[in-house]
Design a binder for this molecule. Structure first.
Ligand SMILES: NC(=O)CC[C@H](N)C(=O)O
Length: 431
């Protein structure tokens, strides 16, 4: 009994640590390109920056959101009023070939800045090692607290995602930059800045070989594949996959930051893949947009996008664990979407639709096409958010196994009886 207290005491003292950055006395202001300003106090790095101001309605998982590479270049406004109350954990996972080396979604904070109503100066969680303010400071990322995030959100909902500048300290009283001086991250190829430059492998002894095109992958996407015993090869976003495709049992396209138009090169290469290769392909968010562009859809910029962890989507088709007619609650972070085409390009059908704004949430290849290709705008891997659609990873891997098994039976027919061919553990009943 006494020993139990001894073990928990150091944790308790760590968990009750207080804010360790500079005092919240430095003024900071968010200026929007459209002329509005919001005054608050600085925390984290006391530096001024530009970015694209977006809001997220997620209530928890600020650590996962902030390390999601898709937020690169963005000033993230949390609508949840209290942020930081459970602190920040140590962002290292045991590094072995089975893991991605981080607990959160990438090695560092990816968003340009955060804006919160009330930053928690005290935090409490058994795995917390520092406050959100000291974490932001270590990563050179500014934050503003003490502003009316509801007012900012209502503004962004009306006028759409808006370019912004955070002015800190002496910059608060400097003249507001002219509208044409606001840096616009959508003009840059942010994917190229974040994607791996060299191929690398995870879980090389896995039983099914999956190639991943990295547009700015969240770690939980890679984990979700490795946990299903995939041998994962992560490739740069514009890698010539067609030159190596026959080594793989399936292709996965990840999430990523910025305007998908910058990745047209990847979409055109994928068009060739889809025309000539019949193995399963799955894409999430940016990956879904790339699949859509390869299929002939347009991607457009939404007014304020969808960022939050409770976005309802209606399944319009069944596949694997997904049942047509059911609503799934999903995690989302996107500004762009595929434009609804009527009719869909030949060989494609609707997969999911957003219940709030009717935007396209998923497309899939038709049964007649003989392909197994899925794209979803939401994040089945979650982190943070609900796990309603996590089994889509199992469905994808099962399809890859089923394809590999069917091919091995075909190629060995007449030589080896199918009975002696090892059958994969999980074979999907997917349509
Ligand atoms: N999470 C993502 O992959 C986002 C995709 C794209 N950058 C968008 O904003 O729509």
């Amino acid at each position: 009994m006494f020993a139990r207290y001894l073990i928990s005491l150091p944790r308790l003292s760590r968990g009750l640590a207080t804010h360790s950055g500079p005092p919240l006395a430095i003024p900071a202001t968010l200026h929007l390109k459209t002329g509005q300003s919001f005054n608050g106090r600085s925390f984290g790095a006391p530096k001024s920056i530009f970015g694209e101001t977006v809001f997220s309605t997620s209530i928890t998982s600020y650590t996962e959101s902030m390390t999601d590479p898709s937020y690169r270049g963005q000033i993230l406004v949390f609508t949840s009023p209290l942020i930081g109350n459970y602190g920040v954990p140590l962002n290292t996972a045991p590094f072995d070939s089975q893991d991605v080396g981080v607990l959160l979604e990438s090695q560092r904070i990816q968003c340009a800045a955060i804006i919160v109503g009330d930053v928690a100066e005290k935090f409490s969680h058994h795995s917390a090692v520092e406050s959100i303010a000291s974490w932001c400071q270590r990563h050179d990322v500014p934050g503003i607290t003490g502003v009316d995030t509801r007012a900012i959100t209502r503004l962004l909902r009306d006028q759409g995602t808006t370019l912004g500048r955070i002015a800190v300290g002496p910059d608060v009283s400097a003249p507001i930059p002219a509208a044409d001086k606001f840096w616009d991250p959508s003009t840059e190829n942010l994917v190229d800045q974040i994607s791996t430059t060299e191929p690398y492998e995870l879980n090389p002894t896995g039983s099914i070989k999956i190639a991943v095109l990295d547009f700015g992958a969240k770690a939980n996407i890679l984990r979700s594949l490795v946990r299903r015993d995939a041998a994962v090869t992560v490739l740069p976003w514009n890698y010539d996959f067609n030159a190596v495709r026959d080594q793989y049992d399936g292709l996965f396209l990840t999430n990523g930051p910025g305007d998908p138009a910058h990745c047209m090169d990847a979409a055109l290469k994928l068009r060739t893949t889809l025309a000539e290769w019949d193995r399963p392909v799955f894409g999430i968010c940016m990956g879904h947009q790339i699949i859509g562009m390869a299929a002939g859809f347009d991607a457009y910029r939404m007014t304020f996008g969808n960022r939050g962890h409770n976005q309802p989507v209606l399944a319009l088709a069944s596949a694997g664990s997904i049942k047509a007619g059911r609503v799934y609650v999903t995690s989302q972070n996107h500004q762009y979407a595929l434009r609804l085409a009527d009719p869909f390009p030949e060989g494609w059908e609707p997969f999911f639709i957003n219940c709030n704004d009717s935007s396209v949430e998923g497309i899939k290849s038709t049964a007649e096409s003989g392909k197994k290709v899925w794209g979803v705008q939401f994040h089945p891997e979650s982190a943070g958010g609900p796990l309603d659609t996590i089994e889509m990873f199992t469905d994808f891997i099962s399809e890859c196994r089923a394809h590999k098994y069917a091919t091995s039976v075909q190629t060995t027919a007449g030589v080896v009886s199918p009975m002696t061919t090892p059958r994969p553990a999980v074979v999907s009943a997917a349509a």
